[in-house]
Design a protein around this ligand. Structure first.
Ligand code: FBP
Length: 546
């Protein structure tokens, strides 16, 4: 198979491990005090009687001892994130360090592979071909949720057939919640399968005191920031377009904030702030229009605006509109399905909405009205990632400017959506090291006989020599949330904290960035060269831990 010169050179990169893991995965385990949960302690304790309260673990270097061979299964769950292959490579090397006869099985296409018994043995040839590469294509991923007893039992049967005594689930907050449910089920029922989670998601919303960042966030943000920088340079060269750039990240705006810190655009909307200030869509549009006018007054008829993917769900009036539309279209599915043209669909909806939602709906551009009506996921919800918010805002700002006599400039727009471009990029040095360490560390948790833990490698703003390896009980990160009408134990999602240091830095500088052309051009991720360009840590993490 042909591979690029960079991939070839990169395959020789040896990811760095924390000192605790450098003598193999059989480590010295230091146990802390028993833990509780983020909130709803009694309910979480009752739901996880066998795994609740386990201590935080910190590892110290072992003596290089060998143990029994173990068979381990690994699953990639959810959206792609750079570095997933290195987690698997680290896990492979970790279990081999315990015993060369240990085996690693990859369950294919996500959690479904475990239930349907679709797997492949991951041999050193396979692992070596994927070291330091992006993507999840080694074994594939999927979004099936592991949550029913039937799935747990099937999984146990399939593991038994392969003599698998430990599973590593690489996923986001929901997948790790389900990893914990699985761990609890197996422990409670004396099924000898350990379950360990690894924190993955480009969205950056799986983090807390112990998990400082989810893997993939660093690389994805660097890819987007490179592109945003290039666009900023183009905007500043041609001086004729305002670029509206939507950035992936689902609900949280961590990606938009990190990219803003890296590139200093004229505008960056942060959904969490919009919600906290209860801003209307009109106010969001106005805030952008103000920046356009301020720049136009200086003769600068160009700019860059960053829009987080989940924005519309954080605008209270649109949130209510979407909820009403979800119900309406579910109830009227048949009648609505018979309508063929756009105008009659829109008229149908307008005729049935309540007064407030109707006012919001009719204020939206026609294309967005249709997207809100058409795109539903299997649960009957609007798929917000398919709504072209960047286009909607560009159009609405244009309309707004037309009604503002004080605007004397020109306003032409280009729209972009950056998401998939970053999810499978070759991992930055940070993610290559972090992911490999998370995987190797998962082997250490397995070697220590633990279950219901998330692999934790922290102190990440320091060099890997000072990284702290260990394990965090997943129940410790949980609270109870209302999901689809039921109370569920879930890992608390981390949204952008408006009193946090990354947002504070952005807020202190954004007015200046709005008016001046202060763009920073980060350029592509560097893998070879001086450490100050190759071994960067995200601005978010740097601010948070400063
Ligand atoms: P995870 O939370 O599973 O890591 O997925 C992240 C993400 O990339 C979001 O940013 C985005 O909204 C979503 O996946 C897109 O999903 P899909 O790959 O199904 O289009």
């Amino acid at each position: 198979m042909a591979i690029s010169p960079l991939q070839k050179a990169r395959s020789a990169y040896a990811p760095k491990l924390p000192v605790a893991l450098r003598n193999g995965a059989l480590v010295k385990v230091i146990s802390g005090e028993p833990t509780t949960a983020v909130s709803d302690v009694d309910k979480i304790k009752a739901l996880f009687p066998s795994t609740f309260g386990s201590p935080v673990l910190t590892f110290e270097q072992g003596e290089g001892a060998k143990g029994n061979a173990i068979n381990v299964g690994v699953i990639l769950s959810g959206g792609q994130a750079p570095g997933g292959h290195n987690v698997i490579a680290g896990l492979f090397d970790g279990i081999k360090s315990i015993n060369a006869d240990s085996k690693l099985y990859g369950f294919l296409k996500g959690p479904d592979g475990l239930v349907k018994n679709e797997f492949m043995e991951l041999t050193s040839d396979i692992i070596d071909a994927y070291r330091n590469t992006g993507g999840f294509d080694m074994i594939g991923s999927g979004r099936t949720k592991l949550e029913t007893e039937e799935q747990f039992k099937k999984g146990a049967e399939n593991c038994k057939a392969l003599n698998i005594s430990a599973l590593v689930i690489i996923g986001g907050d929901d997948s790790n919640t389900n990893a914990c449910l699985l761990a609890e089920y197996y422990k409670h029922n004396n099924i000898p399968i350990q379950v360990i989670g690894c924190p993955k998601t480009i969205d950056g919303d799986l983090k807390n005191e112990w998990i400082e960042t989810s893997f993939g966030f660093d690389t994805a943000c660097r890819v987007y920031s490179e592109l945003i920088g290039n666009i900023g340079r183009d905007a500043n060269s041609a001086k004729k377009y305002w670029h509206f750039i939507k950035l992936m990240g689902r609900s949280a705006s961590h990606i938009a904030l990190e990219c803003a810190l890296q590139t200093q655009p004229n505008v960056a909307i942060i959904s969490e702030e919009v919600e906290a200030k209860k801003m209307t869509l009109g106010e969001v549009v106005n805030s952008i229009a103000k920046a356009v006018i301020a720049r136009a007054d200086k003769g600068l008829n160009f700019g860059v605006a960053l829009i987080p993917e989940g924005l519309i769900e954080f605008i209270p009036e649109i949130k209510s509109l979407i909820a009403e539309l979800n119900d309406l279209l579910a109830q009227e599915a048949e009648a609505f399905g018979k309508l063929n043209d756009a105008d009659s669909k829109i008229a149908f909806v307008v005729g049935k909405l309540g007064a407030e939602s109707k006012a919001v709906f009719t204020s939206l551009p026609k294309g967005i009205q249709l997207q809100l009506c058409n795109d539903r996921d299997p649960h009957g919800n609007v798929q917000v990632s398919l709504i072209e918010t960047e286009k909607m805002l560009a159009e609405m700002v244009k309309t707004q400017l037309k009604s503002m006599p004080e605007f004397k400039g020109k306003f032409s727009t280009q729209v972009h959506f950056f998401g998939y471009e970053g999810r499978c990029a070759a991992p930055s040095n940070f993610d290559a090291d972090y992911c490999y360490s998370l995987g190797f560390n998962a082997a250490a948790l397995i070697g220590a006989g633990k279950t219901g833990y998330m692999s934790s490698v922290r102190n990440n703003i320091k060099k890997s020599d000072e990284w702290i390896a260990g394990g965090i009980p997943i129940t410790m990160m949980m609270n109870i949330e209302r999901r689809h009408g039921h109370d569920k134990p879930v890992i608390k999602k981390a949204l952008v904290e408006l009193d946090g240091k990354p947002f504070a830095f952005f807020a202190a500088n954004r007015d200046k960035w709005a008016i001046e052309t202060a763009y920073v051009y980060p350029g592509p991720i560097q893998y070879f060269g001086p450490s100050e360009v190759c071994d960067l840590v995200s601005k978010t993490l740097t601010c948070e831990k400063a």
